[in-house]
Design a protein around this ligand. Sequence first.
Ligand code: HEC
Ligand code: HEC
Ligand code: HEC
Ligand code: HEC
Ligand code: HEC
Ligand code: HEC
Ligand code: HEC
Length: 299
Amino acid sequence: MRILVRVLPFLLFAFLLVPAAGAATDAATCLSCHESMEGSVKVEKEKYSKSVHGSFDCVMCHMTPKGDQHQGLVGSTPDKAVKDLAQEISPKGLKDPIAQAACVTCHPDQYAAYTKSIHGQNIITKKSSDGPVCTSCHGSPHYIEARPSAASKVYLYNIVISCGSCHEEKHLIEKYHFSPLVMERYQESFHGRKLLLGHTGAPSCASCHGAHDIVSVKDPASPVGSVEAKKKTCGKCHPGATDKFVAAITHQPLHPIAHWTEIGLIILTVSVFVFIIVHVLLDIFADIRDRLFRKGGGH
Ligand code: HEC
Ligand code: HEC
Ligand code: HEC
Ligand code: HEC
Ligand code: HEC
Ligand code: HEC
Ligand code: HEC
């Protein structure tokens, strides 16, 4: 009996060390090939392990590795939610829709909001491939970093670039009648300039439109649709925003008069500065000349 008590822990330990038959393939096995491959199928080990998902086995997302090259590798069985989603987002034409849908297992709230958003609906209901999936905004799923890091694709200023990758696209602007100047108007606005200068309180696209739950500005649920909604959204940062104040932000082209007034003001400001600088320089010059003249003993 005493021998059994002593041996049992060792037996248990040994049992845990021996992998069960059919255990999922670990990341090292996948990386043994994919680390040294070229192009989009290459996965950089260092960068991967630094990412938020870096401690995961690849098969947590790539549950069903297919094809001859993956023979003998053991994945896992996707549940119904993952399979249904993979089917729903199939119009996007992904290489591994199961991996793209796998996010729902751990991020159900973001997925729930996304599938109802205008972006998710574009793929799921309109069966179009134009709308974004998770990785369109977050970048490669292998290298996602948490938001405080400037490497995050949804870090304040990077959001503008992520949204712009589509909202600046000519064929999408034409197809969906987006304002052609959304990005330009944002970048030249107080908000865009402040953000570029590193003002962390300035709004990026998501501060006004949301992220996973973006809807059309014509939708009553839009945070920037009605005047009332805008008062709430702008009011987060501009307490007491009035009807008139919230009309100040739009992505529409400036009215020609406003446009030329703005250019006129810029020219005026620059001229005033040039005038002041020239004036000061002339003054200094006159001063030096006078002193030299006096030194020379003249009148
Ligand atoms: C023996 C080498 C090898 C191993 C091990 C390996 N792969 Fe691959 N994998 C390949 C090759 C070759 C391709 C095809 C590359 C191409 O199309 O250019 C590929 C393609 C892929 C693709 C692209 C989509 C597809 O199915 O074609 C994914 C995703 C993938 N592998 C995931 C994995 C995962 C996850 C593992 C570990 C469970 C793994 N691979 C292990 C060789 C390997
Ligand atoms: C957090 C989930 C997740 C993890 C973990 C993950 N992947 Fe991926 N991977 C994806 C998604 C999503 C795609 C994009 C699928 C698509 O667009 O069809 C992808 C794409 C790929 C591709 C194909 C790229 C291409 O465009 O041809 C390869 C190869 C791949 N992954 C290998 C790996 C390997 C190897 C690991 C482990 C070291 C791994 N992945 C871990 C989610 C993941
Ligand atoms: C239209 C672009 C876009 C798409 C598509 C998108 N995200 Fe995001 N995501 C963002 C932005 C922007 C943030 C940062 C939110 C913020 O700063 O308020 C974010 C933040 C997150 C976060 C951090 C927690 C949070 O909610 O703030 C997680 C997790 C996340 N996204 C997962 C996902 C998943 C999973 C999907 C796919 C269903 C997805 N995202 C699709 C833009 C997007
Ligand atoms: C097996 C669970 C799991 C899966 C599958 C998964 N994630 Fe994550 N994800 C996590 C965990 C855990 C974190 C770290 C959470 C934290 O630090 O708060 C994370 C973090 C993130 C973040 C960073 C959030 C932030 O704070 O900025 C994003 C974005 C994200 N995941 C997107 C995705 C996307 C896109 C997919 C699908 C391709 C995916 N995740 C699949 C578990 C998962
Ligand atoms: C300060 C709040 C605010 C910010 C920041 C903002 N928007 Fe908007 N957005 C609005 C308002 C208000 C509307 C309503 C239509 C209008 O007045 O142009 C709108 C409308 C839109 C529309 C639909 C109408 C159209 O003209 O196409 C799109 C698309 C859009 N915004 C994308 C973006 C993108 C991309 C960014 C980031 C570069 C961004 N927005 C930043 C407030 C904002
Ligand atoms: C992969 C491309 C893609 C990315 C990335 C993307 N969008 Fe979109 N967006 C679209 C498409 C396509 C539509 C039109 C969907 C439709 O009408 O069916 C759309 C629609 C919109 C609308 C509604 C326009 C309207 O009619 O009122 C807003 C607002 C918007 N996007 C904002 C954003 C913001 C903010 C981001 C970044 C966080 C972003 N989008 C990222 C493709 C994209
Ligand atoms: C996330 C916070 C945030 C949101 C949301 C926001 N703003 Fe701003 N806004 C700022 C910051 C920061 C500045 C720069 C203030 C400064 O430097 O004094 C600014 C500046 C402005 C200015 C320039 C004049 C001034 O008062 O400083 C106007 C006009 C303005 N915002 C209008 C709007 C409108 C309209 C909305 C809603 C559609 C809005 N803002 C939403 C943060 C925000």
